[in-house]
Design a protein around this ligand. Sequence first.
Ligand code: ADP
Ligand code: MG
Length: 428
Amino acid sequence: MTGESVGPSRVMDSKRPCDVGDHQLAVSNLCGTILSVQKGKTIWLSSPVAMEAAGEDCCVKVAVHIRPLIGDEKLQGCKDCVTVVPGKPQVQIGTHSFTFDNVYGSTGSPSSAMFEERIAPLVDGLFHGYNATVLAYGQTGSGKTYTMGTGFRDGCQSGIIPQVMNVLFGKIENLKHQTEFQLHVSFIEILKEEVRDLLDPSFLSKPEGAKEGANGHVVKVASPGKPPIQIRESSNGVITLAGSTELSVSTLKEMAACLEQGSLSRATGSTNMNNQSSRSHAIFTITLEQMHKVNSACNENNGLNESMNEEYLCAKLHLVDLAGSERAKRTGSDGMRFKEGVHINKGLLALGNVISALGDEKKRKEGLHVPYRDSKLTRLLQDSLGGNSRTVMIACISPADINAEETLNTLKYANRARNIQNKPIVNR
Ligand code: ADP
Ligand code: MG
C-alpha cells in the first residue's frame, strides 16, 4: 500500500465480527489484502471493482446551495445580494466572485440536480468500498438542516439523507441476488466537544413539547449518568465510536425511523438568529457491508488466488449537518451559550485546517501533518476525509442582504475547501 492512502475503504470495525451469510469473519482492518479464510472460503478485501474505481477522479467537491428568501427576510424587505453568473458555477457578492464545482439556485426544495450530480456518485462509491463524507456548512438559518434532511419538521422528507436512503435500498434490491448486504446506522451529535448518542436505546423519554415521531417512535434524550462516547482509532486507521449505538437495519423504513428519532432528539436551542438553531454538529452515518460472489476468471486475471470466490467490502458514508458557522458574537449569546459557540468554532476551525492541509498538495508530498486531532469533529471524520475518500461540501447560503457578511465568510471557507485534490492511489 502506498503513502497516506487508506484506499477504497475495504475496512471494518475490528470490534465487530461480521456475520455475513454463513461466514463469521474474524476481521482485522486491513487495506487491500486478503482478510480471512473461514469455512473453506477466502474472504478478501481487494476488489477488482474497487481497484478500477480507484482510477477515478477522487477529490473534494464543493457545491453552493442558495436558499430562497424566507418569510422573515421578506417581511423585513431584504434584498437579494447574491448573483449567480449565468451558465457558470460562479457566485458574486459585492465585489467578490467565487467559482465552485456547482451552484444550485434559490428556488424549490433541495435540488434533485444536486443529488444526482454530487451525492448519488458517493452512494455508488460506497458499493465500491469508498468511504465518503457530505458536509453541510453555513450560518444558522442558511438551510443546512433543510438540505441534509436532518430536521424532523422541515427537510426530513426531501433532504439529502432521505434521498440517499432511497437510492441505497434501490441498489440493494437490484443487487441482492449476487451480494449479501448488511447496513448499520449511527447518529450522533457533537456539542461542546462532547459526543452524544442520538440513537441511545436505553434512555427513552419524551422531552417537553416534543412530538412523537410519525411511526410512533419516542424521542430519546441523553442520560446524565452515561459514560461519554469515545472516539477510537484502530491500528490500521479505522475510526470507531466506543459506547455509541449502531443499529442494524434491513429496510428503508427502519433506516428512516433512525433518522427521525435522532433528528427529534438532537439538541437545539434558541439564539437571536433562529429559534431552532442547532449548535451541534449532527452526524448520520451509514455503514454498508457487502459479500460479493466473484467469478473465478476475475480472480485469475489479477493473479491473487484462483480459489477466491467471494469478496468482502465495507464502507461508510457520513452525512454531516454542521453547527452554525456564524461568529459567537452575532448570536447575542452569553454564558453557556457562548461557550458552545466557542466549541463550535473549534470544530469548524479544525475542519477548515484539515481541509486546507489536505488541499496543499506540495506540503502533503512533503509529509505535512494533517491536524485531525484538533477537534472531535475532525477526529471522527478522519478515515472518511482525505485519502481516497470522497468528500462533498455543500455551502449553504442565504441570499438576503442582512446576511451578506456571513454569506461572504461561508463562501471564503468553501473556497478554501475547493483546493483539496486527492490523487487516486491504487492499492497493490
Ligand atoms: P440551518 O439548519 O442552516 O439553521 P434551516 O435548514 O433550519 O437552516 O433553514 C432555515 C429556514 O429556511 C427554515 O425555515 C427552512 O424551512 C428554510 N429553508 C431552508 N432552505 C430552504 C429551501 N431550499 N427552500 C425553502 N425554504 C428553505
Ligand atoms: Mg439546522
